[in-house]
Design a protein around this ligand. Structure first.
Ligand SMILES: Nc1ncnc2c1ncn2[C@@H]1O[C@H](COP(=O)(O)OP(=O)(O)O)[C@@H](O)[C@H]1O
Ligand SMILES: [Mg+2]
Length: 248
């Protein structure tokens, strides 16, 4: 599952980490792949991206297999392929390699034994790294902030979905549009929710992720919110999201 939106700051990394942790807690072994050169999923799980011996870079370059690059995290059943600052140059290098859109898919052909689901945290662009994620994935989860420009971005992303389906990956489905940083007290949040539901009725998930300060504090402690503050509204929301996606 690729967690994707070309906009930054919409909650991709937060969702990748916390959905991954919530699914792992339910007993589903997860591999999280940090495909963003900013390495926020890596540092948010308490790992230092500069210290990682192997990273997603080696995987995309074909220099190492997935078993060699994945590491344990502080969350049982949640493993991580860390990112690295070198990945910033990879987008340019990738462009010169053969099969530049399918390198991640090839690397994930052999999913490590015991891993049930792979979650890919994408960078905030629709460049080659994201295309690699959409080519490797069977579904895309689209976190969307409850703000005015959300709808324009969504139309563009769903158009990209159609393009990828017709050219690279006919299996790619939309797992759902996830409304994030939802503030029940503002009319804007409700207006955007209604508008997105009206435009994309089949895709909007029932679970709403509230704006919750514990969610934003958790990464500085290197933990998902279900560990940092298990009783917070943010932890409850990500647990509900995990259940909803399992039922879908
Ligand atoms: N539900 C939420 N409540 C409060 N803060 C949030 C929430 N979701 C994300 N944030 C904060 O918003 C910022 C952007 O989120 P992030 O997941 O990094 O977005 P992206 O990966 O799409 O760029 C981060 O500082 C994060 O901690
Ligand atoms: Mg991110």
């Amino acid at each position: 599952m690729a967690v994707v939106n070309q906009k930054g700051g919409v909650g991709k990394t937060t969702t990748a980490i916390n959905l991954g942790a919530a699914l792992a807690e339910l007993g589903h072994p997860i591999l999280l792949i940090d495909l963003d050169p900013q390495a926020n999923s890596t540092s948010g799980l308490g790992l230092n991206p500069a210290r990682a011996r192997n990273s997603i870079y080696q995987l995309l370059a074909g220099e190492a297999g997935v078993e060699e690059v994945m590491v344990d995290t502080g969350v049982p059943q949640l493993r991580l392929v860390p990112s690295h600052i070198d990945l910033a140059g990879a987008e340019i290098e990738l462009a010169t390699l053969e099969e530049r859109e399918t390198r991640l898919r090839t690397a994930l052909e052999q999913i490590p034994a015991g891993v049930e689901c792979v979650i890919i945290d994408c960078p905030p662009s629709l460049g080659l790294l994201t295309l690699n994620a959409l080519t490797a994935a069977t579904s895309m989860l689209i976190p969307t902030q409850c703000e005015y420009f959300a709808l324009e971005g969504l139309s563009h992303l769903l158009y990209t979905h159609q393009l990828v389906r017709s050219r690279l990956n006919p299996k790619l489905e939309v797992a759902g549009i996830l409304m994030t940083q939802f503030d029940t007290r503002t009319t804007l949040s409700w207006d955007v929710l209604h508008e997105v539901r009206r435009s994309h009725p089949a895709h909007v998930l029932n679970t709403l992720i509230p704006r919750n300060v514990r969610i934003s504090e958790a990464p500085s402690h290197g933990k998902p919110v279900i560990q940092y503050d298990p009783t917070s509204s943010g932890a409850a929301a990500y647990r509900a999201l995990a259940k909803e996606l399992l039922e879908r």
